[in-house]
Write a protein that binds this ligand. Structure first.
Ligand code: MRU
Length: 339
């Protein structure tokens, strides 16, 4: 399996996803600020993976401040900085909140003891994500029929998690079970997570697939070439509205129009029980160069205006089911009950 996040001997290395698939290089994080940079610049990306990285970032901060008289204050500052590295994927805030609660509950312990507890929690978060990933993949694979052709968007595999993946985990599990599946992978403009990362994973796993540009998906769906669509999530609201990579919403509309099952696969750490609907989800806007350039080569005229949201929100009405590690949630009386 691909190791996206490697934590060994108190050192954190992240497989540099900006360089894949052409180079497999690790980015060394020496401080929590390196982790903050790695999340913001998408060295590491994908909702569960950035939560895990933030957990280790907290531990690097604890090592940095272990001799400080202001340990708690320094940690609070560091956790806030990590928390703001990207705004949409709630797994990041989920991991940071766990760290904050741990410090709150252990106020009276020594700095060394707190650092040890933070390390343990960071490792536990990674393990938990790995377990959830496996259970979700199993649950999702049960929905896949022999010979299905599956469409997916963005990258949701081992590169985006600490295990098999979310949507791509479902695909890998179904393949492992011998379901004889075929996959279409959207290239996923503008960052090309599909072309660069999903294609890399599917190729390594020897799962039959074709890479398509995003605009091909509607034609394939209309022509009856897709049996099943599964994508990941960056944040799911209580009512099931789901923020995921830009382009997901459009895909869901076409799926609904042509009655193709459209599933979200995500661990419970991606469900934000503090928000009622997707309207409350902050959508990250990224640099215009992601649209005006490809691999550093300018493709659009200079001086133009660009709108570059990284995610969109798919309304729950367009979602057939939400696959988690616990079960597959279906709408009952037109509503999801995720609790
Ligand atoms: O901008 P990214 O690459 O971090 O976006 C990733 C996605 O949108 C994934 O679909 C989502 O995080 C689920 S990953 C298991």
């Amino acid at each position: 399996m691909i190791h996206t996040i490697v934590f060994k001997d108190d050192r954190l290395s992240l497989l540099d996803q900006r360089k894949l698939p052409l180079a497999e290089e690790y980015f060394e994080c020496k401080t929590y600020k390196d982790v903050e940079f790695a999340i913001r610049d998408m060295v590491v990306r994908g909702a569960p993976a950035i939560g895990i990285a933030a957990g280790y970032g907290a531990y690097l901060a604890a090592l940095e401040f272990v001799n400080s008289d202001d340990f708690d204050k320094e940690m609070e500052k560091a956790l806030d900085i990590l928390n703001k590295s990207r705004p949409t994927a709630v797994n990041l805030m989920w991991a940071v909140d766990k760290m904050k609660k741990l410090l709150e509950d252990n106020k009276d312990r020594s700095n060394e003891e707190k650092a040890k507890l933070i390390k343990k929690l960071a490792i536990d978060i990674e393990k938990l994500e790995e377990e959830m990933s496996l259970d979700m993949s199993k649950n999702g694979a049960e929905l896949v029929k022999k010979g299905d052709t599956i469409l997916t968007h963005c990258n949701t595999g081992s590169l985006a998690t600490s295990g098999l993946g979310t949507a791509l985990g479902v695909i890998k599990y179904a393949h492992e079970e011998g379901k004889d599946i075929k996959v279409y992978a959207d290239e996923t403009r503008p960052r090309l997570q599909g072309a660069r990362l999903t294609a890399y994973e599917l190729d390594k796993e020897k799962i039959p697939f074709k890479l398509i540009s995003d605009s091909v998906a509607a034609t394939l769906i209309r022509d009856g070439k897709i049996d099943f669509i599964v994508v990941g999530a960056d944040r799911i609201a209580k009512n099931g509205d789901t923020a995921n990579k830009i382009g997901t919403f459009m895909l869901s509309i076409v799926a609904k129009e042509y009655k193709v099952p459209f599933y979200i696969a995500a661990p419970s750490s991606t469900i934000d029980f503090d928000i009622e609907t997707g309207k409350e989800i902050e959508i990250e806007e990224r640099d215009e160069s992601e649209v005006t350039e490809i691999e550093g080569v300018r493709i659009a005229p200079h001086g133009i205006q660009v709108y570059n949201p990284a995610f969109d929100v798919t309304p729950y009405q367009n979602i057939t089911g939400i696959i988690t590690e616990k079960k597959v949630y279906f709408q009952e009386n037109g509503e999801f009950n995720l609790e």
